[in-house]
Design a protein around this ligand. Structure first.
Ligand SMILES: [Zn+2]
Length: 106
């Protein structure tokens, strides 16, 4: 993991005051979700994490993330609560992945 990302994540956690359940952190480039990508994703670059969170805390997380250096926010807030999460990364802008960016899954 990139220290710059971990520092940003810790700042965010301290600011919000609730535990972060990391459902996905670093991924090997050989991970099944990474091998289909033309270039390494933010998880394989070590600058992303998915936080298991929903409802008011998900709202608070997105709100704080934009002011604490996160440049990529993916929102998965449908389906069973146990599968909901917010993806956060602080990747730089790349040709195929402009930043800042927010997106939703499915
Ligand atoms: Zn993610």
């Amino acid at each position: 993991m990139q220290l710059r990302f971990l520092d940003a994540l810790q700042l965010l956690r301290s600011a919000l005051g609730f535990p972060f359940i990391i459902t996905s952190g670093y991924r090997s480039p050989h991970h099944s979700l990474e091998v289909t990508k033309a270039s390494p994703g933010t998880h394989a670059l070590g600058c992303a994490a998915d936080i298991g969170v929903y409802g008011e805390r998900a709202y608070e997380l997105v709100q704080a993330a934009t002011s604490l250096g996160m440049t990529g926010i993916g929102v998965m807030q449908s389906g069973p609560v146990s599968g909901r999460y917010i993806h956060l990364d602080n990747a730089a802008c790349r040709p195929h992945a402009p930043r800042p960016m927010i997106w939703s899954y499915a």
